[in-house]
Design a protein around this ligand. Structure first.
Ligand code: TYD
Length: 149
C-alpha cells in the first residue's frame, strides 16, 4: 500500500557530512520525496516527537542530542523529509537498520555510520515506526501545505 513516512537526518550525520550518502540510499529504494526542510528543532518539538520515550532514562540525552548539543559539537540543524511509496515505512526502516548501531547490520545506514557515545545512540537517521506514527510525526514537522500531494 502507498504510504508516507517521516525521515530526519540527525545532527550527528549532518556534522559527519553524510547527508548526500544517506539521501542516495533512500532514493534507491524507489520512494518519492514529497517534502524537505532544514530545521532547528525546539525543545517542545523534540519532546513531542519522542513522546514514546517518556520515562526512559535516556530521554534527556536524546532531547539534547536532537537539539544539536552532543560531544561538544553545536550544530542545531536537522534535515526533515516526507517520503511516499509502496511500503515506505518498512522499506526505510530496513535500510536504516536497528536502533542500536552496534546491533545494526553493517550495510545499513546505522550499521555503516552510527555510533554509541556517552550512552546516546547516535544513529544518524530517524524513520517512522508505523504508518500511523508517520502521520502523527509528519504533522509535527510539516504544515500540510508544505507536503506535495
Ligand atoms: P526508539 O524510538 O526506540 O528507536 P528508533 O529511533 O529506532 O525508532 O528510540 C528513539 C531514539 O532514542 C533512538 O533513535 C536512539 C535513542 N535511544 C537511546 O539513546 N538509547 C536507547 O536505549 C534507546 C532504545 C533509544
Amino acid at each position: 500500500m502507498k504510504e508516507r513516512t517521516l525521515i530526519l537526518i540527525k545532527p550527528d550525520a549532518i556534522s559527519k557530512r553524510l547527508t548526500g550518502i544517506i539521501i542516495d540510499r533512500i532514493e534507491r529504494l524507489g520512494l518519492d520525496m514529497k517534502a524537505a526542510k532544514v530545521i532547528a528543532a525546539t525543545e517542545e518539538l523534540a519532546r513531542k516527537h519522542y513522546s514514546n520515550l517518556e520515562g526512559t532514562p535516556f530521554l534527556e540525552n536524546v532531547i539534547a542530542f536532537m537539539l544539536g548539543n552532543f560531544n561538544g559539537i553545536e550544530d542545531h540543524r536537522i534535515y526533515a523529509f516526507v517520503y511516499e511509496g509502496e511500503n515506505a515505512v518498512e522499506k526505510i526502516r530496513a535500510e536504516i537498520g536497528s536502533t542500536n548501531p552496534e546491533n545494526a547490520l553493517p550495510y545499513t545506514i546505522r550499521g555503516s555510520f552510527g555510533a554509541l557515545k556517552n550512552g546516546v545512540m547516535q544513529n544518524c537517521v530517524h524513520a517512522s515506526a508505523s504508518p500511523l506514527e508517520a502521520e502523527r510525526e509528519i504533522a509535527l514537522w510539516f504544515k500540510p501545505e508544505e507536503v506535495l500531494k
